[in-house]
Structures are given as structure tokens and as C-alpha cells.
Ligand binder design. Structure first.
Ligand code: COA
Ligand code: AMP
Length: 626
């Protein structure tokens, strides 16, 4: 088998043959004749004349190929103490029937379905059922508040919303239904129907005529007949997943069917070293891209077994939770965010819980979602004694831009680096003039177009925003929004976002969105939100507010914290507020967020020559450093 360097070089010098070869792992209803449509740069489409069904690739073909009795999905809920295994035959049956139910509610090819659910098997079934119909799902993370859900509903305009009566957090039951109703109340495009999974912990009231009970809908007497997969163009959208941009309006990342299946299948074998029948566990949430790619689609496309874990790394019940799940289900590769490992380490610094379980099946720990700090890397690798693999990617790409390809060749690990670019990703470090920086020199991380299959072809309903956000600053390149450098060996070091996106416990948030909420408070004259270091979550949002003259600051911080929680959601983890006399600005009125970020991080930040009033920064320094 060729090593990393050969694979990478071929992917760049001859992308067509590289991806044509990878495409053979997919079962097409019409195989691709053309591999890349490059006739309309900077827009590129992979497999423009091919057809397939993603759900058929994830389920039907494995049942037909003799894997019907193999576990497809293991649901392990630490918060309800439930374990349930679905074989491929069972998962196919449930999915085909739920697809029938959705079709009965008017969902067809190209229609959208919003999925707002906790980590229960029905979430996976709903996603796959949409794929089966050629419908487009848009999963919204359960930790978002009604307003955020409403914004996504109005953008994607779903025919149906699938939800559940509640989610279960260790400390509380999160009632989804009131949030769903509130969100629908705010939208201009309410769905025709909602389907709700009634959970034992808390059942909700259904609205006559609009809401349907999942269990009743699926009962054979009610006519939920299984339906066959609908072939779609490889370039048709499979899903839209919203992620935070630099403004309050989230970006609808579009994923197509064909490139997605090809890239994920390639990644499972070559990066994660997983073969059909092996157990893979991504401890994330279906509401994030990691959940889409590596809880749902990639393991199932391959015929592996995926684990759906409803619980936390700590407190459900203890910091041995991950090791318990990995041991019990024979997990070969575990994928989570560094923040989860930091949380475990904090409660179990000696790693005592690791020794309580038989982890002989566990071969790799993959980490992504935020920078893997060398300390956390060393701790995990010492305690587990297996390769700990940092890899870097984004919602936009859907799979790793840089990684250490375990199924291809294990390259030496350098702590602090997600190793090397993956096939199809020609990574460049560019300076402000668009010139390549030399080795070791920091700049903007950009990727030469075309991006490989599986990456975003556009933004939902926002082609112009796609072009402006990603493709305009450096013509011919995709701008990642991250800064970093490549060393002499071609290893990439990702140092963090160079825009106003922050990463809190592996969750991507927009400081602009939080600022928009703060600005609605009547006492706030102006505000800025920056990301500051947090021991467990990597970063935490910190709000700096200037109050209107004469406004009271009594209880203001608490009110602002509550406002953000109500408007964006608990997941924003917004807890730090400082009332400051003024914010530093340029002479043209732009708030100097980057400068404040640098000072808060303890760096010796140069004062920009464009600053309007340097004394503002002098006054703010001690607050930022505190
Ligand atoms: N539905 C409703 N609320 C949710 C939620 C969900 N699906 N997920 C999180 N929340 C709430 C939490 O209950 C918490 O609320 P609180 O302020 O009342 O305590 C808040 O959102 C913040 O959650 P979180 O950031 O997850 O913090 P935490 O303190 O509960 O847990 C970690 C900290 C490190 C254990 C947790 O963040 C974690 O496991 N992170 C892994 C991240 C991950 O999987 N990222 C995906 C990329 S791989
Ligand atoms: P998301 O789209 O939520 O997956 O967040 C993507 C962002 O998370 C990236 O742009 C990076 O800023 C950050 N990120 C993800 N993985 C890594 C990693 N391995 N190292 C450094 N940053 C990362």
C-alpha cells in the first residue's frame, strides 16, 4: 500500500484519478463518468454526473452483503442507564419505515427536515430517513435556545421538524417542547408538522393537527410503510448544518451526497484505520459536524459499528465513563474533543479509572474540535499508552484537513501539531499580501482550490456569502479562518482563529452573535466579546460592556448572563462580564478586539497605529489581564 507521501502527491498532481479510485468504495446507482467539474471556478463540483442514495450505502448494501445481524448502532445512555443495540437489519427497518412516515407527511426529494433532538437513536434514524428520501436534513444542537432554532427554521424552511419531549443533562431535564413551540412561534415559516419522540423521563403535550407522536406514527397499523431509497444526484444536498460565522447570522454549510460518501469512506480506512465490523465511537453530539460525519455517516457507510453515547465524560457517573463505554463495547478508535480529556484529567489526574477497565481493544484516541495543547496530549498518551492523534478540521470541510493517517502510515507525532495535510488539501500559509510564508512563519491558513470531495460546495441560500467569506480574500484559495504555520517537515501547527469565532468546549461560537444579544439590553451602550483562556473549555466568552450614561450597573452582569442563555442557549457558557469605561477603537470606529484578545492572553500586544485614543487601552489593560 502506498505511504502517506505518495497518496498525498497523487491527490494533488492527479486529483481526478485519486478520487475516481476512492469512489469505487461507494455503491452508485449511476457511476461517475466525470470526476470533477472545474468549469466554473471558484465553484467546483465532484462527481457531477453520478447518482446514489446515501442511506442505501449506509444500510441496505450492508444488509444485502450479509451484515444484517451485525451491530450497526450501539446506544449507550449513561443518563438513563439504558443500552440498546440495533443490527443493520433493524436500523434499516426503522429507517425505511420512518422515511415512509415522513413521506406520508409530505416530505419528498429536496424538501427540508429540521431535527432538534438529544442523543437518542431516533435522531440517527431521522437523519438516515431523510437521506433515504433524498430530503435535506438540518440538525440543530439541543443546547441552542428557541431564537437560534427559529433563525435556522426560517432559513431552511422545513416541511417537518423532528424533536423529542426532552433531553437529559446530568443536572436537569431539558424540556425541548416548550423551546420548540417558542421557536415556531417566532418563525415566518412554521413547518406543517412536528414529530415528537416521547421519552419516559418527561412526556410533552402535543398540539392537535400539527404534532405527531413518533411511536404512533411508526406503528404498522398507522400505515408507516417502509420505502425504498430514492436515487439523487451526487451533487444534491444531503444536509445543511449551521455553524457560527463572524456575524450573528449562522452559516448554512451545505454537504452534498456523492463527495461526502467518497471522502468519509476514504477517511475511515486511511485516517481512522477502521475496517467493516469494527467498533468506532465518536463521543460528540449529532448536532455538530463530528456527529454527522463520525457518529452517523462514516461508520455506517463502511459497515462498521457506531456508538451513540448519551452522557458526559465526567459526572455520569465518574471520570471513568469513557473508559467504561470503550471497554464494554470493544471500541477500536475513540474520537472526542480535547476539552473532554481535560475534564477527565481534572477529576482523575492520576488516570486511576483507566486501570479499572479492559481497554485492550482500544487502539487510538483521536482528538479534534479545538487545539490539542501539548499537556493534554502528553497526559492522554501516558495514561492510555496508545497513539493520541490530533487532527484539524471544520464544519465546512466535514472531514480532516490535517491528520496523522493511521490506516496509511503512522507518522511521528509532534505534540501541538495535527500532523500533515490530508489528500486533496493543498495547505498554504499566506501573509497579508497572499504570499506563502516560509517554514515556521505564522500566517493565515488557506487551501488551494479545488477543495477535495466532501467539503462544502456553497452556503445554503447564500452563494454570495460563501464567495465573500471564504474565496475572495485570497483568489484561488479557500480561507480557513485559522492561523498557523508549517514547519520544515511540512507539519502543520494550528494556532487558533484569526477572526471573531471562538471555540468553547469544542463548540464553535460567534462573538458577534453574543454581542448582538448584549447590545439589546437597555443599559448597554456598546460592547465587545472576546474569547479568553479557560482551563477546561479551552476558551470562554468574556463580555466587555460600556453602559449608557446614568444607567445602573446593579445586577447588570447577572441580567446579561441570563439574556445570552435565553437567546443563544446554555451552550454559549457565557458567564464573564466586565463593565468598562470605554472600548479601544480605531479612528474609523472599529473596535480593537484582536488587541484586547492579545492583552487578555498575556501577550505583549503592539498598540495599533490606527488607535483613536491609546489611554482607553491603558485603562483597560489591568481589567483584561485580571
Ligand atoms: N441540550 C441542552 N443543554 C445542553 C446540551 C444539550 N444537548 N449540551 C450542553 N448543554 C448545556 C449544559 O447542561 C450546560 O448547562 P449549564 O450551564 O446549566 O451547566 C451548558 O450547556 C454548557 O455545556 P458544556 O459546554 O457541554 O459544559 P458542561 O460543563 O456541561 O460539560 C464538558 C463540560 C467538557 C464535559 C463538555 O463540554 C464536553 O463533553 N465537551 C465535549 C465537546 C464535544 O463533544 N464537542 C464536539 C466536537 S468533537
Ligand atoms: P467546527 O466547525 O465547530 O468544527 O470548528 C472548527 C474550528 O475548530 C477550526 O476552524 C479551528 O479553529 C478549531 N479546531 C478544530 N480542530 C482543531 C485542531 N485539531 N487544532 C486546532 N484547532 C482546531
Amino acid at each position: 500500500m502506498p505511504g502517506y507521501r505518495d497518496l498525498f502527491d497523487t491527490s494533488i498532481s492527479d486529483p481526478t484519478s485519486f478520487w475516481a479510485d476512492a469512489a469505487r468504495a461507494v455503491t452508485w446507482t449511476r457511476a461517475p463518468n466525470r470526476i470533477l467539474d472545474d468549469g466554473n471556478p471558484p465553484f467546483y463540483r465532484w462527481f457531477p454526473d453520478a447518482e446514489l442514495n446515501t442511506c442505501a450505502n449506509a444500510l441496505d448494501r450492508h444488509v444485502e452483503g450479509g451484515r444484517g445481524e451485525q451491530a450497526a448502532l450501539i446506544y449507550d445512555s449513561a443518563v438513563t442507564d439504558t443500552k440498546r443495540t440495533y443490527t443493520y437489519a433493524e436500523l434499516l427497518d426503522q429507517t425505511a419505515r420512518f422515511a415512509g412516515a415522513l413521506r406520508g407527511l409530505g416530505v419528498g426529494k429536496g424538501d427540508r427536515v429540521v431535527i432538534y433532538m438529544p442523543m437518542i437513536p431516533e435522531a440517527v434514524i431521522a437523519m438516515l430517513a431523510c437521506a433515504r428520501l433524498g430530503a435535506v436534513h438540518s440538525v440543530v444542537f439541543g443546547g441552542f435556545a428557541p431564537h437560534e432554532l427559529a433563525v435556522r427554521i426560517d432559513d431552511v424552511k422545513p416541511t417537518v421538524i423532528v424533536s423529542a419531549s426532552c433531553g437529559i443533562e446530568p443536572s436537569r431535564t431539558v424540556e425541548y417542547k416548550p423551546m420548540l413551540d417558542a421557536a415556531i412561534g417566532m418563525t415566518e415559516h412554521p413547518p406543517a408538522h412536528c414529530v415528537l419522540v416521547q421519552r419516559d423521563r418527561h412526556r410533552c403535550e402535543l398540539i392537535e393537527g400539527r404534532d405527531l407522536d413518533w411511536a404512533e406514527l411508526m406503528a404498522p397499523k398507522n400505515g408507516a410503510e417502509p420505502v425504498d431509497p430514492v436515487p439523487v444526484a451526487a451533487t444534491d444536498p444531503l444536509y445543511v448544518l449551521y455553524t457560527s460565522g463572524t456575524t450573528g447570522k449562522p452559516k448554512g454549510i451545505v454537504r452534498d451526497n456523492g463527495g461526502h460518501a467518497v471522502a468519509l469512506l476514504w477517511s475511515m480506512r486511511h485516517i481512522y484505520d477502521i475496517a467493516p465490523g469494527e467498533v468506532f465511537w465518536a463521543a460528540s453530539d449529532v448536532g455538530w459536524v463530528v456527529g454527522h460525519s463520525y457518529i452517523v455517516y462514516a461508520p455506517l457507510l463502511l459497515g462498521a459499528t457506531t456508538v451513540l453515547y448519551e452522557g458526559k465524560p465526567v459526572g455520569t457517573p465518574d471520570p471513568g465513563a469513557f473508559w467504561r463505554v470503550a471497554a464494554e463495547h470493544g471500541v477500536k478508535a475513540l474520537f472526542t474533543a480535547p476539552t473532554a480529556i481535560r475534564a477527565i484529567r481534572k477529576e482523575d489526574p492520576e488516570g486511576r479509572y483507566v486501570g479499572d477497565y479492559d481497554l485492550s481493544a482500544l487502539k487510538y484516541l483521536f482528538l479534534a474540535g479545538e487545539r490539542l495543547d501539548p499537556d493534554t496530549y502528553h497526559w492522554a498518551s501516558d495514561k492510555l499508552g496508545i497513539p493520541v492523534i490530533d487532527h484539524w478540521w471544520q464544519t465546512e470541510t466535514g472531514w480532516a484537513i490535517a491528520a496523522n493517517p493511521m490506516g496509511t502510515e503512522q507518522l511521528p507525532i509532534k505534540a501541538g501539531s495535527p500532523t500533515v495535510p490530508m489528500p486533496g488539501y493543498e495547505v498554504h500559509i499566506l501573509d497579508e499580501h497572499g504570499h506563502d510564508c516560509g517554514p515556521g512563519k505564522e500566517g493565515a491558513i488557506a487551501i488551494k482550490l479545488p477543495l477535495p470531495p466532501g467539503t462544502l460546495p456553497t452556503l445554503w441560500n447564500a452563494e454570495d456569502r460563501y464567495r465573500v467569506s471564504y474565496l475572495t480574500e485570497y483568489p484561488g484559495y479557500y480561507l480557513t479562518g485559522d492561523g498557523g504555520n508549517l514547519d520544515d517537515d511540512g507539519y502543520l501547527f494550528v494556532m487558533g482563529r484569526i477572526d471573531d469565532v471562538i471555540n468553547v468546549a469544542g463548540h464553535r461560537l460567534s462573538t458577534g452573535a453574543i454581542e448582538e444579544v448584549l447590545a439589546t439590553h437597555p443599559a448597554v451602550a456598546e460592547c465587545a466579546v472576546i474569547g479568553v483562556a479557560d482551563e477546561i473549555k479551552g476558551q470562554a466568552p468574556r463580555g466587555l460592556v460600556v453602559v449608557k450614561s446614568g444607567a445602573s450597573t446593579d445586577g447588570l452582569a447577572e441580567e446579561l448572563v441570563k439574556l445570552v442563555r435565553d437567546e443563544i442557549g446554555a451552550v454559549a457558557a457565557f458567564k464573564l462580564v466586565d463593565v468598562v469605561p470605554a472600548l479601544p477603537k480605531t479612528r474609523s470606529g472599529k473596535i480593537l478586539r484582536k488587541t484586547m484578545r492579545g492583552i487578555a492572553a498575556g501577550r505583549d500586544e503592539p498598540v495599533p497605529s490606527t488607535i483613536e485614543d491609546p489611554s482607553v487601552l491603558d485603562a483597560l489593560g489591568p481589567i483584561l489581564r485580571s
